[in-house]
Design a protein around this ligand. Sequence first.
Ligand SMILES: [Zn+2]
Length: 642
Amino acid sequence: MRQAVILAGGKGTRLQNRLGDLPKPLIDVCGKPLLERQILLLKSYGFDQVLILVSYRADYIKDYCRSRSNWDIDVQCLDDGEPRGTAGAILSVFNQLAVEFLVMYGDTMLQVDLARFVRFHTQGMDAAATLLLHPNDHPQDSDLVEVDESGKIIAFHPYPHPDGYYLPNLVNAALYCMRRDALEPWRSRTGMLDFGKNIFPEMLELGLLLRGYNSPEYIKDVGTPERIDKVCVDLVSGRVDMARLDHEQMAVFLDRDGTINKEVRHLNSPEQFEILPGVGDAIRRLNHANYRVCIVTNQPVIARGECSVETLRQIHNKMETLLGHEGAYVDRIIYCPHHPDRGFEGEISDLKCECCCRKPGTGMIDSVVAEFNIARSSSWLVGDSSSDILAAKRAGLHSILVETGYAGLDEKYLVTPDYNFADLPRAVNFIIEGHPRLMESLEPLAANLKAGEMVFIGGQSRSGKSMIASALRDLLRSQGINSVVLSTDRWLRGESKRSDGVLGRHDDDHLRDAIAKIDTRNGTLSLNINAYRKLKREQIVDAEHLRIESDDVVIVEGVIALYVSGAASRPHRFYVSIDEEERRQRVLREYLLRGWSETEATAIYENRLIDEVPWVNASASSAVNLSVVDHKVIIERNHDYK
Ligand SMILES: [Zn+2]
């Protein structure tokens, strides 16, 4: 595709103060007329002919283009006469149109990977037109577009929308790839003709194929002074450029059931879909912080025949509508319709298979990573089950387990999340603010570490050791040092093999052996390590195989970490302290979540005050003290850590 048509006939009444005499396409956006920005964008993607359709103050635009002879691209200004709407304008120059062309509106600021958009249009199906669509933060008062699973547009829903009707959050962004011959039926039509209001809905009625290209890239109309100012802010902050898909994107993948909405087993109707508190606000914050928000959800209800694809779409429409009311949107919703086990009445046998998309498989994540050019190392997955966490781990994403839904207690897979938070809003707060702050505050600590060394982080149960360990690992990785976290909980004995006291609960001899092996490794070390199931209180010996390279930093964290640190020759030792009342609440919460009663939870807390707390305190001697205030680590000043 080499030709683009810019609809530049707008007056810009609402921009009068900024425009003075000028027509709207020449509005100044951050020091450059919008029209020039558009033409340079087209040129950078290899377009070599631009038709500018002018009418209002046409001479200004013609003069301007003439003055820019150094654009080095064929620009023709065509006066389309009386205003006839967006499609009417294009039809008036029908004979000058190429077989396929791009349509751009003269009042949109855009930074779109046009090569990719055109490729989508030309590959595969022979569409009459492909429309760039995107979600927005006010779908309730927008004209909406509905597409099916294959990207085919199936309906247009103009504003106003009927009450209580759930619609997908997809808006026509006013950028199209078009086939000239598809416009034939309207050639002899007179009067006003608009693409959105007339041509596209009529094309659907005629059975022409329209495709939706759902993109998170930057494209906004600049019809008011406020919008222009906003675009300027986004240009200066880099937001406009960063959203272009040939730049790497940051993403937050979200599980659906139990993370976004209340977990009801096998949800199969929109009525059952209830969004959890604070979720809309959290997702809006991610939208504003430049994260692509992608939902990846296992929906075996489809394979089981318990929910149709159509009903699932309705459920997602409800989700998008509810989020839209809070100014939030998601960039992608991907689901796995498969299920591996056969034998359900009414099941769909084609979908009964082992697939690679069902989490903990990474198929859904991988497809979005490829589509959106996502940088895995700065992206996250938030979910409530062990399959979410394992999928994140396999996909190379940071993982957060939330305590809503299953709260990880499914224990289907033996896997430890990088971080734990009570719910999605807290997880999002951590992603946006907490994690960067935590890493920054650990910089002085990391500066004292060398490749291959061992770090021991001890402290009372629930004091925040594992969070510090994960953040330290993330910080080291960002500095190019690989690092492995080992929790001493993996060496907890099963319930039946325990005796009194901290050491009665831990298999400390085996842990010490493992540490000695790590400490004296020469080259790559292969190590089988245990796992511990919290809910069943059982130890699984040699559950996981670990490879530790000679220059990996190994971080051992847990209540007995400092106690066993002597097994290493040059351990870095840290003790995490915490306000006791806060710790008490965390311990109670932990046991309540596991299904214990309040009395049982209190009893275990009080028991540990006698049989664990003094012992752990004693291990703190000669360790550097760390405390965490508002996701910031405060390092006790001593001669090593200034
Ligand atoms: Zn699947």
